[in-house]
Design a protein around this ligand. Structure first.
Ligand SMILES: Nc1ncnc2c1ncn2[C@@H]1O[C@H](COP(=O)(O)OP(=O)(O)O)[C@@H](O)[C@H]1O
Ligand SMILES: [Mg+2]
Length: 502
């Protein structure tokens, strides 16, 4: 950890900068607690010692592959190293056995060439350039050699590249645990094809990320005695339900809605769909098209992937029928009914959407209408029916849309699990956790609170695991080691969790 800077004229240092975060320069004058620095960019800065960090004069221009090799492991040093590597398209860097990925937001072909998985096979961590394949390989080998189940935690804020990294990890594990020559609907193919299916129904464009996961996912890969994938279980957490009926500009609803509106004409006609701009659940935002994405192709691809994971064609139709029904539900508007505080569908348009939704959901149209416009209150012995005003009816409509969508999502996850199958005899597992990352908007809802709390919990686990464990190791080996100070939010977690318990 950072040794204290010797503030002598001529030293090279990093100094905090309001725009650049950190700039480098040379100390030209020391005046008590005021240190004058001539930065490389030509700016003269006067700073306090607490904002200055020493710079390694022997730092290689293209950075180091493992941060533990940095002379100084402080924030500017770490960031500078990541930036130097990023500038030469090296987005992966180790810190010991932890892999840091910087999102390139563009395809970097040399990292994912077709022979890459083969090259990482059986290589010790650090022997080749940092890569998710190396992490997956080391988890796989630990599992095989020591018979111990492993898990890989992927964390980072929204849009950081977690889901893409998770897919690379899964791809490698499927490669290692796959049967040579097997194709079609093998377990590993199903595991990989579950990704596009879940993304179609659980991902959406947000401000930060065009393909943001709006659910958490824990994939548990089960292996047999010989190290082959013998089953898998996908667990999903906390799908963001509010998005189904409420989208803010410039975000989008779940991908599946736009895909379905762009499906082949006979499909669109049979569901009485059309332009996504005509649906309330989509047109609250002005954003419809994603650059470079052909929704018709996405629709067909999704159906193909659904086939691979064992969702048959009838089931696929049923799923999309529910998706279409939700769009029609959103277009039912309510107006005052004949009785006081009652409501009814507003006009012919609304009655059309109500009827269509009922047809698609295969339920009675009057019962569907009543479920919005009336509330049944169960009292002892009898049930009382109460009318709802137009506002409350619209809320009931949205509540139904949300619950139907989240049940649909759960159904899909269950179906995939059933079809891939579990191996009850498996003793060796590798779990990969990909949740949705920390986010903070202008207005944050309860969902952001839950997401951020989960991220905080994981960060705590990470801190416990990495810092505390490493420090114990150093102490044990009697290595002189100044303790890393890290922000410990345990108090806040305790507070929130105690409140939840109460
Ligand atoms: N390794 C990568 N190579 C190329 N593009 C990437 C990579 N990682 C992320 N991206 C881009 O960034 C977007 C956001 O990444 P994603 O993994 O969805 O973030 P997160 O899951 O952390 O929210 C992806 O849709 C993709 O366009
Ligand atoms: Mg994600």
């Amino acid at each position: 950890m950072a040794a204290k800077v010797s503030y002598v004229v001529g030293s090279n240092v990093w100094v905090q900068d309001p725009e650049e975060a950190w700039i480098d320069g040379e100390i030209v004058e020391v005046n008590g607690k005021d240190i004058k620095i001539n930065s490389t960019s030509g700016k003269m800065v006067v700073a306090k010692p607490s904002n200055i960090y020493p710079m390694d004069p022997e730092f290689p221009p293209s950075g180091v592959e493992d941060m533990t090799r940095l002379a100084y492991l402080h924030e500017p040093g770490v960031l500078h190293n990541l930036k130097c590597r990023y500038d030469i398209d090296e987005i992966y860097t180790y810190t010991g056995s932890i892999l840091i990925a910087v999102n390139p937001f563009q395809r970097i072909p040399h990292l994912y060439a077709s022979d890459m998985m083969q090259r990482y096979k059986g290589m010790a961590l650090g022997e080749l350039s940092p890569h998710p394949f190396a992490i997956a390989d080391s988890a796989y080998r630990m599992m095989i050699n020591e018979g111990a189940s492993q898990s890989i935690l992927v964390s980072g804020e929204s849009g950081a590249g977690k889901t893409e990294s998770t897919k690379l990890l899964m791809q490698y594990l499927a490669y290692m645990g796959g049967r040579s020559g097997s194709e079609g609907r093998s377990v590993e193919q199903q595991v990989l094809q579950s990704n596009p299916v879940l993304e179609a129904f659980g991902n959406a464009k947000t401000v930060r990320n065009n393909n943001s996961s709006r659910f958490g996912k824990f994939v548990e890969l089960q292996f047999d005695q010989r190290g082959r994938i013998s089953g898998a279980a996908i667990r999903s957490y906390l799908l963001e339900k509010s998005r189904v009926c409420q989208v803010s500009d410039p975000e989008r609803n779940y991908h599946c809605f736009y895909m379905l509106c762009a499906a082949p004409k006979e499909v669109v006609d049979s569901y009485k769909l059309g332009n996504p701009r005509s649906f309330h659940y989509l047109n609250q935002s002005n954003f419809y098209e994603l650059e470079g994405l052909d929704e018709t192709k996405e629709y067909l691809e999704t159906r193909r992937a659904m086939g691979v994971v064992g969702i048959n064609s009838n089931e696929q139709d049923a799923i999309f029928r529910v998706v279409a029904a939700i769009l029609h539900l959103g277009n039912i508007e309510f107006t005052k009914g004949d009785e006081v505080d009652s409501s009814q569908p507003k006009d012919d348009q609304s009655r059309f959407h109500l009827k269509t939704a009922a047809e698609l959901l295969m339920c009675d149209v009057k019962s569907l209408e009543d479920s919005f416009c009336k509330r049944v209150i169960a009292t002892r012995g009898e049930a009382i029916t109460k009318c709802l005003d137009p506002n409350s009816a619209a809320l009931s409509r949205d509540a139904l849309a949300k619950i139907v969508y989240s049940k649909l999502f759960d159904w899909i996850v269950n179906k995939i699990n059933e079809s891939i199958g579990q191996d009850p005899d498996s003793k060796n597992l590798i779990g990969v956790l990909d949740i949705y990352g920390f986010e903070s908007f202008k207005t944050n809802s309860f969902e952001q609170f839950c997401i951020n709390l989960t991220n905080e919990k994981l960060q705590q686990h990470f801190n416990q695991h990495v810092f505390k464990m490493e420090q114990e190791e150093y102490t044990k080996e009697e290595i002189d080691w100044s303790y890393i100070e890290f922000v410990d939010n345990q108090d806040i977690l305790d507070l929130v969790e105690k409140v939840i318990e109460a």
